[in-house]
Write a protein that binds this ligand. Structure first.
Ligand code: ADP
Length: 456
C-alpha cells in the first residue's frame, strides 16, 4: 500500500479545468495525477500531468462520478490532495466524506459545510443568521397544507417562485403568478423535487422580475481568515447557463459591493467555510438578494484572476494544504475590467451540442488576452461530456477597452470540424444593450427571440 503524499494532487475532472489545475500544481511544485475515463485516454492534458490513471469507461457515472474508482486511484497513486474542479463530484458531500474518511484532503470545504450550503433552505437560514441579505420569503420548507402555503404566498406577494430545497442546475423551480395557479404548481414542483433530487422539501421566494446575476468570490483558510476577491456579473445566460461573465459588475455602487463582500467574508468565518467559494446574488433596484452558494471553483474564475492578479486555483490548493492566507483584505485590488466568453461546441441556432473532432484551431493572444482551453487541432470533443471547448478572456484598463480586446480576440479565433458559438459571441459583443452594461438575466433570451423573429 502506498502512503498518503500531501505533495501530490489527484485531479478528478477533465478538460480545461483539469489543465487549469495542472498549471496551478506546477506553480506550487506539487506532483499531479489525473484520473480519466476511457474516452479521454488520448487527451492532451494527460500528457502534462506526472501520472494519468484510467478510472472507467466513458459514461461519467462509471468514471468521473465513480467514487470507489476515484478513491482507489488516490490510494494507488498516493495522492493526498484531491481536486474536484467544477461539475461532476465537486458539490457532492458524499464524495467529500469519502475523501475525509480516507485521511485525504479535498480542495474545498468540509463535507458538513458543503452539505449545509447544498441544501438551499439551510443555506438561506445560515445567510440570514450571518447578516447576508436574501430574497424575501421564509427560511424553512413549506408546510403540507395548502391553506398555510396560500397565506405565506399572499404575504410575500405574487409573483412568487417555488424552489426545491435540494435543487440545482436550474431545475426544480416554478414561477407562480397568481393564487389560482398555486395548488397545481405545488404538486408538480414537489414531484420534481422528489424525483430529481430525492428531497421533497420545497420553499418559496418572491420572484424578482428583472434582476441581474451578481456574485462574490470568496476564499477562506483553516485558520479563521476569509477574504472576498471582488464581484462578477454573470447576467448573460441562456436557460440558466452562463455564456458571458465579467468583473467587476458594471454600474453598481462600489461601496454597496464592498459592504456585501465584507458580509460574505464574515459569513465564511462564522459558518466555518474553507476554500474558494461563490455567493450568488440577484441584484435588483439597488439591492442584493442571496440565492445560493457554490462551494467550488467556478468556470468564470479567470475574470476575477485578471482584475486581481491572483491565482485563485493555486490559493485554494494552498489553503487546502493547511496554509494560512498571506494576503489581507486591504491588499486585494480590482484593476481594470475583464470579460470572459465561453466557447462551446454547439449548433449556433439550436444550441444542440456538436461533439466531434476539431480539425483546425487558432486561438487569439496579445495584450490582455487569456485563453483557457485543453483543445487544439486533432482534439476530440466527446459526446459524453459538457460541450465547452474553452474560454477566451480579455482584460483592459476600462470596460470599453476590455470589450474592444474581446472583440478583436473573437474575430481572430478559428475552430473547424465542430460547430461553435464564436459567431454568436461576436454578435453579442456588438449588442448595444450588453455594450452599455448592466443588462438583466433576461436580456440574452430576449435578444435571441428578437434575432429569430428578424431572421424569420
Ligand atoms: P440552481 O441551483 O438550480 O442554479 P438558483 O437558485 O441559483 O438555482 O437559481 C437559478 C436561476 O433561477 C437564477 O440565476 C435566476 O435566473 C433564477 N431565479 C432563482 N431564484 C429567483 C428569484 N427569487 N427571482 C427571480 N429569478 C430567480
Amino acid at each position: 500500500m502506498t502512503g498518503i503524499d500531501m505533495d501530490s494532487l489527484l485531479v478528478v475532472n477533465r478538460g480545461e479545468i483539469a489543465l487549469r489545475i495542472i498549471r496551478a500544481c506546477r506553480r506550487l511544485g506539487l506532483r499531479v495525477v489525473c484520473a480519466h475515463s476511457e474516452a479521454d485516454r488520448d487527451a492532451a492534458w494527460l500528457r502534462l500531468a506526472d501520472q494519468a490513471i484510467c478510472v472507467g469507461p466513458a459514461p461519467a457515472a462509471k468514471s468521473y462520478l465513480n467514487i470507489p474508482a476515484l478513491m482507489a486511484a488516490a490510494e494507488v497513486t498516493g495522492a493526498g490532495l484531491i481536486h474536484p474542479g467544477y461539475g461532476f463530484l465537486s458539490e457532492r458531500p458524499e464524495f467529500a466524506r469519502a475523501v475525509e474518511a480516507a485521511g485525504r484532503v479535498l480542495v474545498g470545504p468540509s463535507s458538513d459545510v458543503m452539505a449545509m450550503m447544498g441544501d438551499k433552505v439551510q443555506a438561506k437560514r445560515a445567510m440570514l443568521a450571518t447578516g447576508v441579505p436574501c430574497v424575501p420569503g421564509p427560511d424553512s420548507v413549506l408546510p403540507d397544507d395548502l391553506a398555510n402555503v396560500r397565506r405565506i404566498a399572499a404575504e410575500i406577494g405574487y409573483p412568487i417562485i417555488l424552489k426545491a430545497a435540494g435543487g440545482g442546475g436550474g431545475r426544480g423551480m416554478r414561477v407562480v403568478h397568481k393564487d389560482a395557479e398555486l395548488a397545481d404548481a405545488l404538486v408538480v414542483t414537489r414531484q420534481e423535487a422528489s424525483r430529481f433530487f430525492g428531497n421533497p422539501g420545497i420553499y418559496i421566494e418572491k420572484f424578482l422580475q428583472k434582476p441581474r446575476h451578481v456574485e462574490i468570490q470568496v476564499l477562506a483558510d483553516r485558520h479563521g481568515n476569509a477574504l472576498w476577491l471582488g464581484d462578477r456579473d454573470c447576467s448573460m445566460q441562456r436557460r440558466h447557463q452562463k455564456l458571458i461573465e465579467e468583473a467587476p459588475a458594471p454600474g453598481i455602487d462600489r461601496a454597496l459591493i464592498a459592504e456585501i463582500g465584507a458580509r460574505c467574508a464574515a459569513s465564511c468565518r462564522e459558518i466555518g467555510y474553507t476554500g474558494a467559494g461563490t455567493f450568488e446574488f440577484l441584484y435588483e433596484d439597488g439591492q442584493f438578494h442571496f440565492i445560493e452558494m457554490n462551494t467550488r471553483i467556478q468556470v468564470e474564475h479567470p475574470v476575477t484572476e485578471m482584475v486581481t492578479g491572483l491565482d485563485i486555483v493555486a490559493m485554494q490548493i494552498d489553503v487546502a494544504r493547511g496554509n494560512a492566507l498571506e494576503l489581507t483584505q486591504d491588499q486585494i485590488r480590482c484593476d481594470g475590467h475583464a470579460i470572459e466568453c465561453r466557447i462551446n461546441a454547439e449548433d449556433p441556432e439550436t444550441f444542440a451540442p456538436g461533439p466531434g473532432r476539431i480539425t483546425a484551431m487558432h486561438m487569439p493572444g496579445g495584450p490582455g488576452v487569456r485563453v483557457d482551453t485543453h483543445a487544439a487541432a486533432g482534439a476530440e470533443i466527446p459526446a459524453s461530456y459538457d460541450s465547452m471547448i474553452g474560454k477566451i478572456i480579455a482584460h483592459g484598463p476600462t470596460r470599453a477597452e476590455a470589450l474592444a480586446r474581446a472583440r478583436a480576440a473573437l474575430a481572430e479565433a478559428r475552430i473547424e470540424g465542430v460547430p461553435t458559438n464564436i459567431a454568436l459571441h461576436r454578435q453579442l459583443l456588438d449588442d448595444p444593450g450588453f455594450s452599455a452594461g448592466g443588462v438583466s438575466i433576461h436580456h440574452l433570451e430576449r435578444w435571441l427571440t428578437e434575432r429569430r423573429a428578424s431572421d424569420g
